[in-house]
Design a protein around this ligand. Structure first.
Ligand code: ADP
Ligand code: MG
Ligand code: ZN
Length: 617
């Protein structure tokens, strides 16, 4: 591979890149070039100098503090969360200043900020294109931008106040983490018996379940400094900066031990390495540096590394080896009890009417994460404010569940009468099929008020007792319920609409899973043909079978859904009276609760004997 013909791009394209690079250079590198002779010190030194009254002038910037010592030298340090800072500085007699470092001459400044980088960019560009053509790969660029270190920003976040009590549910996670807290509080106890604490623990779970919150709570409980950085912050545009930040982070942590280092979204750097050249070079270096640091430091000093991810399967196995993140802390979506507890934690922060039934709200919010539940409480409070009330009511909360889960209510979007009728039958179709199959969950509430997320109607099904082991029959019933909407449309209007697309998707996914993952088909038996690759984000699956088998799976899936569709169709046909009565009620009221639904169901049953017509479908 000697000559690589590159496609010609318009000249403008290159100009744009150079301009962008210049702007970045000016923003990131110039401050260091124009502040020559500034000594970088750590925050502790700065505080000490403040206390010793060795500071003459000080200037606070967005993310750093530049100051002139009484010795005439210039210093700088990163800015940290420190509420009493100004107070202390004031007491030390330091003068506050807006500009303490003299500007360079304008010509030199222009030279440095525009001409020098231009030369550099062109030079580096040529260097890299040559390297690429030679197919040399590797981290050659790291030396060129070794200045990443001074840009590393690491914060000690104030976590005081956040305790385990602020994290509701998640008892298993808290139990595992409380051992770390104990270790940070009494390291001697562990040392004397010869027990080694794990260096790192990995918090694993779907988004919004409180991983970040838990990490802060550990620091809060143990009352130690909390260094926090997000994986995505490591991945910088200059090669080598990420690795420098990791080095810096651990250096600071070692000085402040005992403490906690928290790496959020660790998958951003800790993804699997794949030996490809270019592209992920930077990330790979950062990861290598992280591994080196983790191996290098002495665990008994009391530095505990916590990391969080919602994509555990994408992590590089090297990260999970003993001595690294060898402890895994599952942080799962809350169950019914957990949801109720989380609602209560957040409800404490707002003015609630007494006697709120949090259990009912939690029941309706099945599947919601902690973050969503916090959002529900806040949404309810906003609703109370909008209505000019002083207290949040049960209705506020229940309405918010729907807002968060099903999109905002949008009453001004008008459905035509015919559309409304079709949607009413469609939704009752789902509910009636669910109700008639004994093992399906009863209906909580149905509404045909359109939501912004595009759903025209919305049937909220509530599991009375959450359970995780589903039988084949229950799954089949679920599929029948999904198809119930379409079946009702077809039965009553003899036409089908686009309204069932989401139902079809869900039914298909469930049917596929039954066959390819749960081993519930006679044809294939207990053979796993699909693997879940992304457990927490949507559950993508990969197929592991031949194309022929894949075709056959499709046929079996079709068959399964068809059978359930027919079942649903017949349930509706056999209960046509109830279908009509319920749809009429929903059409008129736009909303029907589970109790009203059951009332009508039973009344129609008693009053009107079923009219059995000939088999139609
Ligand atoms: P993650 O890091 O897992 O994505 P976060 O910790 O950022 O989730 O959670 C976001 C917010 O959701 C928290 O600040 C908190 O208000 C709320 N929250 C999430 N889980 C819980 C929980 N178990 N108990 C109380 N609040 C929670
Ligand atoms: Mg988080
Ligand atoms: Zn539907």
């Amino acid at each position: 591979m000697n000559e690589v013909k590159r496609p010609r791009k318009p000249l403008m394209f290159y100009y744009a890149i150079v301009l962008l690079a210049l702007i970045l250079f000016n923003a990131l590198v110039m401050p260091f070039l124009t502040n020559p002779g500034v000594i970088e010190v750590d925050y502790g030194t700065f505080i000490k100098m403040t206390e010793d009254k060795q500071i003459a002038e000080v200037m606070l910037e967005d993310n750093k503090i530049i100051y002139k010592g009484t010795d005439g030298k210039f210093y700088k340090t990163g800015l940290m969360e420190d509420p009493e800072l100004t107070d202390r500085l004031y007491k030390s007699g330091a003068k506050f200043s807006s500009q303490i470092i003299e500007q360079m001459s304008p010509i030199l400044s222009i030279l440095l900020s525009w001409v020098l980088p231009m030369v550099l960019i062109i030079g580096v560009g040529q260097y890299f294109s040559k390297k690429l053509m030679e197919n040399a790969g590797g981290g050659a660029g790291s030396m060129m931008f070794g200045m990443g270190k001074s840009n590393a920003k690491v914060y000690v976040k104030s976590t005081s106040g956040i305790k385990f009590d602020d994290v509701a549910g998640e008892d298993e996670a808290k139990e595992i983490l409380s051992e770390i807290v104990d270790f940070l509080e009494n390291p001697k106890k562990y040392e004397s018996i010869g027990a080694k604490m794990p260096k790192g623990a990995l918090l694993v779970g779907p988004p919004g379940t409180g991983k970040t919150l838990l990490a802060k709570a550990v620091a809060g409980e143990a009352n130690v400094p909390f260094f926090s950085i997000s994986g995505s912050e490591f991945v910088e545009m200059f090669v080598g900066m990420g690795a420098a930040k990791v080095r810096d982070l651990f250096k600071q942590a070692n000085e402040k031990a005992p403490c906690i280092v928290f790496i959020d979204e660790v998958d951003a750097i800790g993804g699997k390495r794949d030996g490809r050249i270019g592209g992920n070079d930077e990330r790979e270096q950062t990861l290598n540096q992280l591994l080196t640091e983790m191996d290098g430091f002495d665990g008994s000093k009391g530095v505990v590394i916590l990391a969080a991810t919602n994509r555990p399967e994408s992590l590089d196995p090297a990260l999970l080896r003993p001595g690294r993140f060898d402890r895994r802390v599952p942080v799962e979506l809350p169950d019914l009890q957990g949801r109720e507890a989380i609602l209560k934690v957040h409800a404490k922060k707002v003015q609630m009417q007494p006697n709120i039934d949090f259990g009912a709200v939690a029941r309706a919010a099945a599947g919601a994460s902690g973050a969503e539940l916090a959002n529900i409480v806040n949404e309810a409070a906003l609703r109370a404010v909008r209505d000019g009330r002083k207290l949040v009511t049960q209705a506020d909360l229940e309405e918010s569940v729907e807002v968060i889960i099903a999109g905002y209510q949008k009453k001004n979007r008008v459905l035509s009468d015919k559309e409304k009728m079709v949607v009413a039958y469609h939704e009752i179709g789902h509910a009636l099929v669910a109700a008639k199959q004994s093992e399906s969950a009863p209906v909580h509430k149905i509404t045909i008020i359109p939501r912004t997320n595009g759903a025209l109607g919305y049937t909220m099904q509530v599991e009375e007792n959450e359970h995780f082991l589903l039988t084949k029959e229950e799954l089949e019933n679920k599929i029948a319920t999904f198809t119930g909407g379409r079946a009702a449309e077809s039965l009553i209007f003899n036409q089908i609409t686009t309204g069932a697309s989401n139902d079809i998707e869900q039914a298909t996914r469930l049917a596929r899973a039954m066959i390819t993952r749960y081993g519930m088909s006679d044809e294939f038996g207990m053979v796993a043909m699909e693997q879940l690759t992304n457990q927490y984000l949507g559950g993508d699956t990969t197929l592991a079978c031949s194309a022929e088998t894949a075709n056959h799976i499709d046929a079996v899936v079709r068959n399964l859904i068809n059978t359930q569709y027919h079942k649903a169709y017949h349930i509706l046909k056999d209960n046509a009276n109830q279908l009509h009565a319920l749809a009429k009620y929903l059409y008129e009221h736009e909303t029907i609760t589970g109790d009203e639904f059951m009332d009508i169901l039973h009344k129609t049953e008693a009053e009107l004997p079923q009219i059995a017509e000939g088999e139609g479908y």
